[in-house]
Write a protein that binds this ligand. Sequence first.
Ligand SMILES: Cc1cc2nc3c(=O)[nH]c(=O)nc-3n(C[C@H](O)[C@H](O)[C@H](O)COP(=O)(O)OP(=O)(O)OC[C@H]3O[C@@H](n4cnc5c(N)ncnc54)[C@H](O)[C@@H]3O)c2cc1C
Length: 289
Amino acid sequence: MKPSAFHYEKPSSLDGLLDVMGKHGEAARILAGGQSLVPMMNFRLATPEVLIDINGLSELDYIRQDGDSLSIGALTRHNVIYDSPLVAELSPLMAEAYKHVAHTTIRNRGTIGGNLSHADPSSELPAVCICLEGHMILRSKQGTREVPAGEFFLGALETAIQPGEFLAEIKIPVRKPGVGSAFEEVSPRRGDFATTAVAATLQIDGGICQTARIAHAAVADRPARIESAEAVLEGSALDKARINQAAEIAASETEPSLINYHGDADYKRDLLRALTKRALQRASENSVN
Ligand SMILES: Cc1cc2nc3c(=O)[nH]c(=O)nc-3n(C[C@H](O)[C@H](O)[C@H](O)COP(=O)(O)OP(=O)(O)OC[C@H]3O[C@@H](n4cnc5c(N)ncnc54)[C@H](O)[C@@H]3O)c2cc1C
């Protein structure tokens, strides 16, 4: 198949991008790495009237520390983040999750902004952003707004991005001293989308869990925190029994709805139990000051 006809724009500056986005609104679709959009266009699952190519906009390609935040420009390629010592230092959870994201050739072109805007429910990075309570910076001709990751993913391939807006930056709080993290996934092969994945962070002080964050991917139409499991950990001594209890709650109180040939609801619950247990165990082990 070939894509349907489209008008092509390639702005050479951020101002130019804001102009063409404002001009074309709903008719426009951004082309970033093209790893998801181009196949969809070839299958005619996406038929944008206007394709706006943001490749070359260096203003959207950066990784930097801004105070307590790690800021990543939307056009930053997966492999740049994968290899970044700054990301490894400031966000070990994101660095670990990246080991599960696609294959080298896809990571060479694919971008973090394209990944998050595409909002595949089986993708690792949305769950990481939710677990870390990151923020999405959206820009349009009308201005800039900041959307918490927990409010950004609205459903499968659906986000809070409005017509005329684009994702400009992802902001992740930098790892605080004493916070441990772990990412656990089962997938058919390394680099495939997750069958089920769990991201966890634990802040432990004197053996007592102060804060717990747990998020799942590939279980429902969007990633989500498992707040009931977090609640049994916070304020408690983190021993094996407590971790098992949280894992049991994660399995029993989550309703898997993303059912496909990779697994039915019972299998996904079993994976949630096992992966939550493993993630919490490892996060507690690496929560050093
Ligand atoms: C074989 C294969 C295996 C893969 N495995 C995985 C995996 O294991 N885990 C995983 O997470 N991903 C996986 N991916 C997807 C990969 O991560 C893609 O890079 C990603 O989904 C899309 O990023 P992109 O930059 O290529 O975006 P594009 O394909 O260019 O765009 C995707 C969508 O996002 C929109 N968009 C892009 N950038 C912006 C922006 N800045 N603002 C607003 N909208 C924007 C586009 O309009 C389009 O709708 C895989 C892909 C392939 C082909």
